[in-house]
Ligand binder design. Structure first.
Ligand code: ADP
Ligand code: MG
Length: 439
């Protein structure tokens, strides 16, 4: 552990300042130390933007300012050392509260936001006051926000964009689950850390800003139409902002009427739904957005896995159980039907992306199930499973409208490959019935 040069107190690794006397510590690693603590004021103050609180400033006898991270719509954000807990935090200053009422509303918001615990949500720690200003402490994210990343590299590569989309949806859904609405989702509030993890910051803070509209400048560029009209924001207002953010993530640009289509049509459709002026017509939850995005990935030839829904029709509990487990591990959503009648009922009532259909079944065999479903117009891909090996049976299944045929026993790997192949074919229309009869 490094030791303070002034008072010889041990200083936890990573701290830039001594917890006892507050002197800067010469530590190795990425923690800025003396370089950010000018011994004298800079010769030309205009050159170094230190913000209101220069590096080294001690606030509330607890936080040692390391450096200014940026300035946003509300105020300055600093990186600081929490000397009490020996941890780096981000410290965000808020504009002076308009009233005690506004401050109370803000405290409520923070209380709720603190209940959100999710890997894709930047943690909120506490609020405090220093030099007459209210500040919020939160998890310090060592990385870059999406706005500056997009400015630097334009759009994200498709796979990375899908990943960022999925993680952003997951964080947003977790917050909505707790009743926390973001109200100000935008690229600069989405951060990517060194490991590529996504963290959404500033949940609920815009509510506070809303009380202080006159203090704020800047355009509400990511606001849903109902928010702009002064109506109460809902989870679906966040979904609108999410649509704008995703458009930028995938294309590097804001959507505009005369922009040429350059997006994957499936991704474009999801984004378009998010941007519906009528909140009721937007996807209901962020998880719906994520599922729709994942479905686009499932249809891609690279065989990306997606939480597609699979119905297993199998009467032998041991086989059903192991199939179910294998597929869940693969990230699929799985349901099991134990006989032919139940299979037909569920296949019609629920939207499955694939049916794995055993042939020997109680009540109604797999051939009959297949015939009935196809006659009813259902075109969900079907893979037939059976222990029989006769060529004639395979051909019968395919003639009845099955997409592929797997002979038991098969390995999980074989099953995965077939499922992907069927999903691939399912995105190119007119291919039905051309399944392979291998094995
Ligand atoms: N928790 C954090 N960890 C690290 N950097 C942060 C954090 N919060 C904000 N920042 C940085 O400070 C800058 C200003 O933040 P903020 O005031 O929220 O502005 P904006 O209105 O652009 O979101 C951001 O662009 C971001 O780079
Ligand atoms: Mg922000």
């Amino acid at each position: 552990m490094p030791v303070c040069r002034s008072c010889s107190t041990a200083v936890p690794e990573g701290n830039a300042f001594c917890g006892r006397c507050g002197s800067p510590v010469d530590a190795s690693g990425d923690t800025p130390t003396k370089s950010v603590v000018p011994q004298h004021p800079p010769a030309s103050p205009g050159l170094v933007d230190e913000g209101r609180f220069p590096p080294g400033t001690l606030l509330a006898q607890r936080y040692r300012i390391v450096n200014l991270l940026g300035r946003g719509g509300m105020g300055e954000v600093y990186r600081a050392n929490d000397l009490l807990l020996g941890q780096t935090v981000a410290l965000k200053f808020l504009p002076p509260a308009a009233s005690e009422e506004a401050l109370n509303a803000f405290r409520n918001e923070v209380r709720t936001a603190r209940q959100v615990s999710h890997p894709n949500v930047c943690r909120v720690y506490d609020i405090g006051e220093a030099e007459g200003l209210t500040y919020l402490t939160m998890e310090y994210v060592d990385g870059e926000d999406l706005r500056s990343l997009l400015r630097r590299i334009g759009k994200l590569p498709h796979d990375k964009a899908l990943e960022v989309a999925r993680k952003t949806c997951a964080g947003l859904a977790a917050a909505h689950d707790k009743g926390v609405i973001h109200r100000d989702l935008k690229p600069s509030n989405i951060m990517l850390d060194g490991e590529g993890q996504v963290r959404i910051a500033d949940f609920g803070l815009a509510g506070f800003a809303g009380q202080l509209r006159d203090v704020l400048s800047g355009t509400p560029a990511y606001m849903a139409p109902e928010q702009k009209a002064g109506k109460e924001a809902t989870a679906r207002s966040d979904i609108y902002a999410l649509g704008l953010v995703l458009h930028e993530v995938f294309t590097g640009k804001r959507p505009s009427k005369d922009s040429k289509p350059e997006l994957d049509p499936l991704v474009e459709r999801v984004i378009h739904q998010c941007l519906d002026p009528d909140p009721q017509r937007r996807p209901a939850t962020a998880l719906d957005v994520s599922a729709a995005m994942a479905a686009t990935a499932a249809g891609r030839p690279r065989g990306d896995r997606a939480p597609s829904k699979i119905l297993i029709v199998e009467d032998e509990p041991g086989i059903a159980f192991s199939l179910e487990n294998d597929l869940r591990m693969e990230g699929y959503e799985v349901a099991v039907a134990g006989d032919g009648v139940e299979a037909v009922r569920r296949a019609r009532a629920e939207a499955f992306d694939l049916i794995l259909l055993d042939v020997m079944l109680p009540n109604k065999d797999g051939f009959e199930v297949c015939r009935e479903l196809r006659r009813g117009g259902l075109d969900t891909p079907i893979i037939m499973l059976t222990a029989r090996t006769q060529e004639a049976e395979k051909i019968l299944g395919l003639n009845l409208g099955a997409d592929d045929y797997l002979t038991k026993p098969f390995s999980p790997r074989e099953l995965r490959a077939r499922i992907r192949a069927v999903f691939r074919r399912a995105v190119s229309p007119g291919e039905r019935g051309r399944g392979q009869t291998s094995i």
